[in-house]
Ligand binder design. Structure first.
Ligand code: ARG
Length: 473
């Protein structure tokens, strides 16, 4: 008679036939969940300490378990651990190895626990640490942007609406727009962290456990800020992962917009910036090419992160309480999101100091595009003309400029007076690009002085984000 026990599955007791080979491969998650080995071991050590603390394990048993788990961690880190698909996932692989190493005491570790609360705990620990890593990379990118903004606080470029030249802005001001978007991403990450760092352990399979567990003890050991209030919810919901991937998707949306600008700006048509040779690649056929591959790939990767968000939302919808195996599918989208977003942030942070700004080209583009037309209208308004009339007068002056190939600042006073007699010599003060940006002199405006003080405030705000250090894991 076939006996499932002879294939060594921890749950083989109620089975009489072994698992179909393809079912085994199909249901296994060890291929991708083994990356949580540290969190799994940290969770098990905390659980064992708690069991000893409440008297379910003896101190000696607890020490044997901890020693065994620490040795297993070394084995894994030395690349000597034999991961087995038969043992399905990271949890059963480590637990089985523990029993191999320390004997029967190893079998006591799983007292008062289930893989359902164990896996939910592992993911939360893993994600918690990864959020810290990501937040640090994001901060490094913001710091790079702030440095660029400081260096180029006076540099003038055309500001765009509809990708048509609109009004002059400073390059520093433009960089600060990115800093602000990323600041909100920082704050979304910090917010999401609070809901990630909640401990499921103690929920066991779904209903809690009959052992006198001390969940507060375990939570303290693992650095969780709170414990999950409801056992059914604790083992089943993955909304924390959805929230994180949604935050990541928004961040990628920002990086994608940023990428798009860098791609445009580094083209021969704009020629506003140089991205640095180490961040570009050439073409195998066209010798003149220097392609902005990094921003292009980042823009492209945004799509897969959006896809992961949709996967997780769809994975969760329609699941009855409590744990269902569907949830095993949460890991790959989450891990792929983490890997890619961290990679994108790292590249962007590294790229910032490599960006060379072509100030002359940007200035020339701003000059060519009648970007001070609004300034001329504002000038006429200050001299008493209603804004709508001023708009009309300047529109005619611009048409004349288009016909004669002259910017407003290049017209003679008499020429300008042909459009309105109230224009006098002082008009040239407002028609210059420097005059235009300096006049937007209020909080949030593009004047170089305002940019400098905004940089200071942004640095303060950035330093206020408390980025949790990885705890045990
Ligand atoms: N590998 C599983 C997962 O990722 C662990 C939990 C399995 N629990 C169970 N009762 N089958 O979700």
């Amino acid at each position: 008679m076939s006996d499932a026990n002879d294939i060594d599955k921890p749950w083989a007791g109620r089975f009489t036939a072994p698992t179909d080979a393809f079912v085994e491969a199909f249901t296994a998650s060890v291929g991708f969940d083994k990356r949580m080995y540290k969190q799994d071991i940290a969770g098990s050590i905390a659980h064992a300490r708690m069991l000893a603390h409440v008297g379910v394990l003896t101190e000696q048993e607890c020490q044997a378990i901890i020693g065994g788990l620490q040795d297993i961690q070394l084995e894994i880190e030395r690349g000597e651990f034999a991961w087995s698909t038969t043992l399905e996932d990271v949890h059963m692989n480590i637990e089985a190895r523990l029993t191999d190493r320390i004997g029967a005491t190893g079998k006591k570790l799983h007292t008062g626990r289930s893989r359902n609360d164990q896996v939910a705990t592992d993911i939360r620990l893993y994600l918690r640490d990864q959020i810290g890593v990501m937040a640090r990379e994001l901060r490094r990118l913001q710091e790079g942007l702030l440095e660029l903004a400081e260096r180029e606080a006076d540099t003038i470029m055309p500001g765009f609406t509809h990708l048509q030249t609109a009004q002059p802005v400073t390059f520093g001001h433009h960089m600060l727009a990115w800093v602000e978007m990323l600041m909100r991403d920082q704050s979304r990450l910090a917010d999401c962290y609070q809901r990630v760092n909640v401990m499921p352990l103690g929920a066991a399979a779904l209903a809690g456990t009959t052992y006198p567990v001390d969940r507060e003890f375990t939570a303290r050991e693992l650095g969780f800020d709170a414990i999950a209030e409801n056992s059914l919810d604790a083992v089943s919901d993955r909304d924390f992962a959805i929230e994180f991937v949604s935050t990541a998707a928004t961040l990628m949306m920002h990086l994608s917009r940023f990428s798009e600008e860098l791609i445009l700006w580094s083209s021969a048509q704009f020629d506003f910036v140089d991205l640095g040779d180490s961040f570009c690649t050439g073409s195998s056929i066209m010798p003149q090419k220097k392609n902005p591959d990094v921003p292009e790939l980042v823009r492209g990767k945004t799509g897969r992160v959006y896809g992961h968000l949709m996967s997780l939302l769809t994975l969760m919808k329609g699941q009855p309480l409590a744990y269902n195996k569907d949830n095993q599918e949460d890991k790959e989208p989450l891990f792929d999101t983490l890997d890619n977003v961290k990679g994108c942030l790292r590249l962007f942070a590294d790229m910032m100091p490599q960006i060379t700004v072509k100030a002359e080209n940007m200035r020339e583009a701003a000059r060519r595009g009648f970007s001070t037309a609004t300034d001329l209208a504002d000038y006429l308004v200050r001299k008493g003309m209603p804004f709508r009339d001023a708009h009309e007068v300047v529109g005619k002056a611009v048409r004349h400029g288009v016909e004669t190939g002259k910017d407003l600042a290049e017209m003679a006073l008499a020429e300008l007076q042909g459009f309105s007699e109230i224009i006098t010599q002082d008009v040239f003060g407002v028609l210059t690009l420097e005059g235009s940006v300096a006049a937007r002199d209020h909080i949030g405006g593009t004047a170089p002085e305002q940019v400098r003080s905004a940089i200071g405030r942004a640095r303060d705000r950035l330093s206020q984000f408390k980025l949790a250090e990885p705890i045990q894991t």
